[in-house]
Design a protein around this ligand. Structure first.
Ligand SMILES: Cc1ncc(COP(=O)(O)O)c(C=O)c1O
Length: 438
């Protein structure tokens, strides 16, 4: 009865006599839209949650844009996900190109991952002691991530990068951090409302792939520089000169080089950008695809730097709970057995070819396909066009990402490619037609 709260009859306290009970819908059965609870889930979410969703990128305006266009926004809630497909609360099926913001690379509800997670849950996923699986996963993780001599598990990407920064500051005894990229919502790198100016004052941003700007920032920081934190792929690969310069500048300054591999790990290469480019940082943060959608993140790195974690305090009650570790164990096995990242690149390339074919045939302009094969995106010149595209594509059964990225998964099959081409085609034609009318 997990989903019973979504359905009108099962929600009612007065269930009537036995005959009525026999008529109660089985939540597993197909239900007509008129049987859904009113108001909609989106309305109920808006009433009870700021932004209507706990993940910013899953808010309706984040998904579909808020430009005033003819097409209505698409669905906001799902009840089931399988492979690359999601079933919405209105029982529509969408091919998902966002793959939970890159958290799922193998596929939703992958049988091997699900089995391992269920087994871990059945055996009790936490206790007063660490689970034995934590050691197995730590050992296997350190085998495949170049910088990882030691690792500590956490639950979110933001936690893992924050931990890396805390460790770097503890190791160096310094405070200033230079960064380039998105590292999650935590205070140290955020300029959002509510972040104290004093915290913000110890963080300097530099533009992506700009050697001169990086050198200036390092000179300005002088002996106060604790770390350079880099998200290695921001819409495109950086020049290796920029990354190599960051490595050399950290070495010269006695600072810590941190790679945020939350998106690139277990996707661009198993060991992330550092494996791909053969430039090894002192510390790195992983998350997302590491546990195929289960909540696990990791801070890892050189043993002497990681050991600074013992001089500070980095701990979370559920960091080592075993369901996410079990998922990660299966992911690590899959990467050991086959070249998962090569498959993701091939499948991503097929997705891009399908969208490019739709674009070429449509005659629409003002849009380009960019990014890397396993993580690509559409760059629209006009927000209105992007909104029109996303909403039209959703109504045709495909969820594309607004901005970066659409993520390939092993579950995007041939049928999905056809759906992607068809929905993209409808989206691009809608843009062209809207342009012709205005
Ligand atoms: C590069 C990068 N670092 C950190 C984060 C934060 O991870 P999480 O949302 O799991 O806290 C993200 C999330 O998108 C990310 O893309």
């Amino acid at each position: 009865m997990v989903f019973s709260r979504f359905f009108k009859k099962a929600d009612q306290a007065d269930l009537g006599d036995e005959a009525d009970r026999a008529d109660l819908p089985n939540p597993e059965d197909e239900l007509a839209p008129e049987e859904m609870v009113e108001p909609s889930l989106a309305e109920r979410a808006a009433a009870r949650m700021p932004g209507a969703a706990s993940t910013g990128s899953k808010r309706a305006d984040a998904l579909y844009g808020d430009a005033d266009v003819d097409a209505p926004a698409g669905p906001t809630h799902f009840i089931r996900a399988d492979g690359c497909r999601i079933e919405t609360d209105a029982r529509e099926t969408l091919v998902d190109c966002t793959m939970a913001l890159g958290a799922v690379a193998i596929g939703y509800a992958d049988p091997a991952v699900t089995r391992a997670v269920m087994e871990a849950a059945g055996a009790g996923n936490v206790s007063g002691l660490s689970h034995a699986l934590e050691v197995d996963v730590a050992e296997r993780f350190c085998e495949v991530v170049p910088c990882a001599e030691k690792v500590q598990f956490l639950k979110s990407g933001a936690e893992a990068v924050s931990a890396a920064v805390r460790i770097a500051r503890t190791h160096t005894g310094r405070e200033v951090v230079i960064g380039c990229g998105y590292f999650g919502w935590h205070d140290w790198s955020s300029d959002a409302a509510g972040v104290p100016a004093a915290v913000r004052g110890n963080y300097r941003t530099v533009p992506f792939d700009d050697i001169a700007a990086l050198e200036r920032a390092v000179t300005d920081a002088g002996k106060t520089l604790a770390a350079i934190v880099i998200e290695p792929v921001v819409e495109r690969l950086p020049s290796t000169e920029w990354i190599a310069r960051a490595r050399a500048l950290c070495d010269a300054a006695g600072a810590v080089l941190v790679f945020d591999e939350v998106k690139t790990g277990f996707r661009l290469a198993t060991g992330g950008y550092q494996q791909y480019a053969d430039i090894v940082p002192d510390l790195a943060a992983f998350g997302k695809a590491l546990a195929n959608g289960f909540p696990l993140a990791a801070v890892c790195g050189r043993a002497d730097v990681m050991d600074a974690a013992r001089k500070t305090w980095i701990s979370s009650t559920l960091a080592g709970e075993s369901t996410a570790l079990a998922a990660a164990y299966v992911v690590l096995e899959l990467h050991r057995e086959s070249d998962v990242c090569a498959d993701l690149a091939r499948i991503g390339s097929e997705m891009r070819l399908a969208v490019q074919a739709a674009l070429d045939a449509s005659g629409a302009g003002g849009v380009a396909l960019e990014g890397l094969d396993p993580m690509w995106f559409l760059r629209f010149e006009s927000t209105r066009d992007e909104t029109t595209f996303l909403r039209t594509a959703a109504s045709e059964g495909v969820l594309f990402k607004r901005g970066a990225y659409n993520f390939a998964s092993l579950a995007h099959d041939e049928e999905a490619m056809h759906a992607i081409e068809g929905a993209a085609s409808a989206g691009f034609i809608a843009i062209r037609e809207a342009g012709a009318q205005s």
